[in-house]
Write a protein that binds this ligand. Structure first.
Ligand code: TXA
Ligand code: MG
Length: 319
């Protein structure tokens, strides 16, 4: 069932059931984080490997404190600067956090999402909710309630309808290494530069080539359509290469001259990166439903938010 009934969503969560919740990034598949049986349902519904930990969601910074071994000055500064918002912090956990949530790691991922309905819901609960993106493992994340309904409708007790997600890509994940140096484990709409502006040091970005992946969100082939997908840095050439195939071209802006006569979906009217991020998954969902032989996606510029967009596109690409 889809609706905006916060009390009903709260009731289902208290009863140990799954509820899809809107956030500013993507829809989450939420369960009571302190109830292991409820958290297990998340893994089953998504077909998610049990070694892939999940993020805890809180209504505010204060409510996070019982679940982490204190916040450093920098963690306080970042929380104050970006919460509620698309920043997830990886912090040492307390015993209150079930091991299933962190996949046995001694660090827990925490964030305060920026969505009015979900903040209201979280403030009515006496527990944090564990919530990965509400998609089957490996598939495109949902940015509309309809995406959740289509993919996992029969697995959730309720879908809280918060409309389209305004950011459109998952939160930035930030942690600190054993020397106390900040690391971005997953790129998101809060950029390296945004973080540097608050803590005075640019976090290192752990690239996908890095061998020991600490966040499986960094894994290859993730966020992927079922249709074979090609990422292109040279659209005219790629269109030529796939000439004769039934293709959908997803471009950053409307195609000026559709010489290849392919179907064209565009991510923005003027190349604005925030608009491109917001429309990215929705457009991939649409393209994937068009029965094409190939989806061709145009790469974004590799700067600022473009880095996070390209990170997702590289993982979505299978060709
Ligand atoms: O924007 C978001 O972060 C969305 C919304 C719903 O909040 N959530 C989300 O969750 O993207 P998920 O599960 O799809 O991605 C979470 C990523 C995964 O790559 C997971 O491995 C990593 O965070 N992660 C979670 N807990 C972790 C931990 N304790 N240590 C390392 N990585 C962790
Ligand atoms: Mg996910």
């Amino acid at each position: 069932m889809i609706g905006t009934n916060i009390s009903l969503a709260a009731k289902e969560l208290k009863a140990g059931n799954l509820v899809a919740i809107p956030t500013e990034t993507v829809y989450g598949l939420a369960a009571n984080a302190l109830d292991e049986a409820a958290v297990k349902k998340i893994f089953e519904a998504k077909n998610r490997p049990i070694n892939n930990p999940v993020i805890l969601h809180f209504p505010n910074k204060i409510s996070v404190l019982p679940y982490v071994e204190g916040l450093t000055d920098d963690a306080h500064k970042l929380a104050d600067a970006f919460w509620p918002g698309p920043l997830t912090l990886l912090l040492p956990k307390t015993a209150k956090v079930p091991n299933l949530v962190t996949a046995g790691s001694n660090r827990v991922a925490v964030r305060v999402p920026n969505h009015l309905l979900t903040l209201k819901l979280l403030s009515e609960l006496s527990f944090p909710v564990a919530a990965p993106s509400a998609n089957p493992s490996g598939y495109i994340s949902p940015t509309l309630p309809e995406h959740v309904e289509k993919q996992l409708g029969n697995r959730v007790a309720y879908i809280l309808n918060g409309g389209p997600c305004v950011k459109g890509i998952e939160s930035t994940i930030l942690g600190w290494d054993s020397d106390g140096l900040p690391i971005i484990y997953r790129l998101g709409s809060i950029t390296q530069h945004d973080i540097e502006a608050v803590i005075g040091i640019a976090p290192k970005i752990i690239s996908k080539e890095h061998k020991k992946l600490e966040a499986p969100g960094m894994l290859q082939v993730h966020y992927a359509p079922k249709t074979p997908t090609k990422l292109s840095s040279n659209l005219p050439k790629t269109l030529k290469d796939y000439n004769g195939k039934k293709a959908v071209a997803i471009t950053l802006m409307p195609m000026e001259k559709n010489i290849a006569m392919v179907k064209n979906l565009y991510l923005s009217v003027d190349g604005n990166l925030e608009e491109i991020a917001r429309n990215l998954y929705k457009t991939l969902h649409t393209a994937d439903a068009m029965n094409a032989e190939v989806i061709i996606v145009e790469e974004a510029p590799d700067t600022g938010l473009g880095l996070a967009i390209n990170d997702r596109l590289r993982r979505a690409a299978s060709l």
